[in-house]
Write a protein that binds this ligand. Structure first.
Ligand code: COA
Ligand code: AMP
Length: 646
């Protein structure tokens, strides 16, 4: 049964302009996006709003020229926002707080762009950014954009090997990194990981620029590494600056790698024009923010959510963005988010449900909220993983603001579906990610690619073309783009998610149709983990599934079958397998559980029955698959997990 929000004063659907706006965007998308494009400054207006003959499925704003940094920084200074805070850096892990005005941001970004320019970085060159949540990470992204260079940010929780894979694929001219990240009470030195990655990667950058943090200063390699502060100081002393370079609207702004169905990550390409237009529209239409207001996305610049809603969207829109280096709990307590909201006058917070579950565990009654004045706080947005109705209802109760789930992917760059608060909030339906945003024709398809009736589960697909801002391609791998997303359902983009649309047009995203799992809002490939586990010399076969977790939503659980004749104890091997995944993929995989089994359950054609294993692990009812090769194996799996037959 679908439950609707029963909060007093719940909004009525007919009070929202959403339906008329969406209808207009469906009927005449070019007119809709042409109007939205007026919110962006163009150096040359696009000749065509959508060119169906260009690219893989068409391109947005073909012929237009613009600069993302100009739109995010310079134009606000030119139009009188110079003294307004652009970024508020709040770091409970270091005790640092810093307000950077748009004037200040312009100065920082211009100097860093000059540094990169002097290192030979120009239009179309790639720059890898491997940094924690410090303002310099945002300066780095914007400095690249200023030069027309393409940045590729790598999340700090990945291993040296994952960093190496990305460096090898994107081939950066320069790497920008910090000496360390700070994870709660733990200092994570980044530089040794970078050094190892560069050792492994065939592609070598010409230079690395290292931001030294006092918590763990890094040793610099002569000839290759440069000290960030020294280069910036030199550029400042020499009075250097560089202007914004005009780039094509279809030119890549960044490449962001995300988990694919194998160990090789997919390089999601983001073009410039469509992205800025869509983000700018979303700040008002979806998030209901006005320029000058404070918007906070508690994510990491290494994820798409951080790219779009810590850096580009709030800044392009002329809002103030909070950049928070801390956790929802333990830095110092479960009131951390409420402290930041009250201290900085945050109007809307965007985070992952896992963060709320972590807070709720520590402070189930939300007592810490009472310590802070949240009068400015209007809306809480959630995304990154399925938001369970219980968590939403808890947050509504303790925060007394609307809690809005919305659904998107690295590939789309902004929400596919949500509840458009800025157009007039629609009623909330628990368990639903809301309604499609303008530009997205979302449909549920059966295996044959036919649309299914309302309320029926199927594959969630988007009819082409995708909305502005969505990926036009994978980095230098059009064949993989086609095979991963476009071939299963011709004429559609396959999201990889399963779900249904109800009779009111609300979308319910229930899970994945592939091997991707979502751990604490972080997207990971179980196939990638299996590839790593298979490297262990004692492992004959393995399978990884995502099992339910009360805080992280899902956590990976590995099953291994040992080679015959292995004398090492299974416990030791399990420990080594855990360490191997941490070393090869990184701590972010949160891979801590391995179970040794005699055999893996398979179908007669040899396919591992991961779905049934997951049901057993999650204590869900399961039935014996008709195609199983040997029915007793599932009982062995249940025994190994300490479960009884469901
Ligand atoms: N650099 C280095 N290590 C990192 C890291 C980073 N940037 N981010 C995470 N890690 C490490 C963590 O320290 C942890 O290491 P451990 O195994 O030694 O404890 C491991 O990776 C797993 O991290 P995580 O899954 O984040 O767990 P956590 O216990 O540290 O924190 C939450 C749990 C719920 C508080 C945390 O996941 C959170 O705030 N999630 C919000 C989700 C989010 O921002 N999603 C982005 C999409 S919206
Ligand atoms: P990422 O590319 O890391 O943003 O992960 C995208 C995937 O996370 C989606 O394909 C979904 O599987 C899942 N996801 C993101 N947001 C939601 C949501 N609001 N509800 C359900 N699943 C979500």
């Amino acid at each position: 049964m679908i439950q609707k929000s029963g909060a007093a004063g719940a909004p009525a659907a007919n009070a929202s302009s959403y339906f008329s706006i969406r209808e207009r965007a469906m009927r005449n998308p070019e007119e809709f996006w042409k109007e939205a494009a007026q919110g962006i400054d163009w150096m040359r207006r696009p000749a065509k709003i959508f060119d169906a003959s260009a690219g893989v499925y068409g391109r947005w704003f073909e012929g237009g020229r613009l600069n993302a940094c100009y739109n995010a920084v310079d134009r606000h200074v030119e139009r009188g926002r110079g003294s307004q805070p652009a970024i508020i850096y709040d770091s409970p892990v270091t005790g640092a707080k810093r307000v950077i005005s748009y004037n200040g941001l312009l100065a920082e970004v211009t100097l860093l762009a000059a540094v990169l320019h002097d290192l030979g970085v120009g239009k179309g060159d790639r720059v890898v950014i491997y940094m924690p949540m410090v303002p310099e990470a945002a300066f780095a992204m914007l400095a690249c954009a200023r030069l027309g260079a393409i940045h590729s940010v790598v999340f700090g929780g990945f291993s040296a090997r994952e960093l190496a894979t990305r460096i090898a694929d994107v081939k950066p001219k320069v790497v920008l990194a910090a000496s360390c990240g700070i994870e709660g009470a733990r200092i994570v030195p980044y530089k040794p990981l970078l050094d190892d990655a560069l050792e492994m990667s065939e592609a070598k950058p010409g230079a690395c620029v290292i931001l030294q943090r006092p918590q763990a200063e890094a040793k610099l390699c002569k000839g290759r590494d440069h000290d960030w502060a020294t280069l910036v100081d030199r550029a400042r002393a020499a009075g250097k600056s560089v202007d914004c370079v005009a780039v094509d609207a279809t030119a890549p702004l960044y490449v962001l790698y995300t988990s694919g169905t194998t160990g090789k990550p997919k390089g999601v390409v983001r073009d410039t024009g469509g992205y800025l237009v869509a983000l700018n529209w979303s700040m008002k239409g979806l998030y209901g923010i006005r320029p000058g207001e404070v918007f906070w996305t508690a994510s990491d610049v290494g994820w798409v959510v951080g790219h779009s809603y810590i850096v580009y969207a709030p800044l392009v829109y002329g809002a103030t963005s909070v950049l928070y280096e801390g956790k929802p709990v333990s830095t110092p307590d479960a009131g951390a988010f409420w402290r930041v909201i009250s201290e900085h006058g945050v109007k809307a917070l965007f985070t992952a449900p896992t963060a709320l579950r972590a807070i709720r565990k520590e402070d189930p009654e939300g007592k810490l909220i009472a310590k802070y004045d949240l009068k400015d706080f209007r809306t809480l947005f959630l995304a990154g993983e399925r938001a369970d109705p219980e968590t939403i209802q808890w947050a509504e109760k303790v925060l007394k603001v609307p809690v809005i789930d919305h659904w998107w992917q690295t590939e789309t760059g902004w929400a596919i579906a949500g509840n458009p608060v800025g157009l007039g909030q629609l009623p909330v339906k628990y368990g639903s990610t809301g309604v499609p945003m303008p530009g997205y024709d979302v449909q549920i398809l059966d295996e044959a690619g036919k649309q299914v009736p309302a309320g029926t589960m199927g594959s969630v697909a988007i009819k082409l073309p995708l909305a502005p801002g969505c990926l036009p391609d994978l980095w230098r791998d059009e064949a993989r783009f086609r095979s991963s997303y476009l071939e299963d359902f011709p004429g559609y983009y396959r999201t990889g998610d399963a779900g249904f649309i109800d009779a009111d047009g609300y979308i319910f995203v229930m899970g994945r149709t592939d091997d991707i799992i979502n751990v604490a809002g972080h997207r990971l490939s179980t196939g990638g983990m299996e590839e790593v586990i298979a490297m262990h010399p004692a492992v004959a076969e393995c399978a990884v599934i995502g099992v339910k977790d009360a805080i992280k939503g899902e956590i990976p659980c590995g099953f291994i079958v040992l080679k015959s004749g292995v004398s090492q104890s299974p416990i030791d091997i399990e420990k080594e397998v855990v360490a191997l995944v941490r070393e090869k993929i990184g701590p972010v995989a949160a891979f801590k559980t391995v179970v040794t089994v005699g055999r893996l359950p398979k179908t007669r054609s040899g396919k591992i029955l991961r779905g049934t294993m997951k049901k057993i692990a999650d204590d869900e009812a399961w039935t014996m698959p008709a195609t199983i090769e040997d029915a007793t194996v599932l009982d062995e799996v249940a025994d190994a997990l300490g479960k009884t037959r469901g």
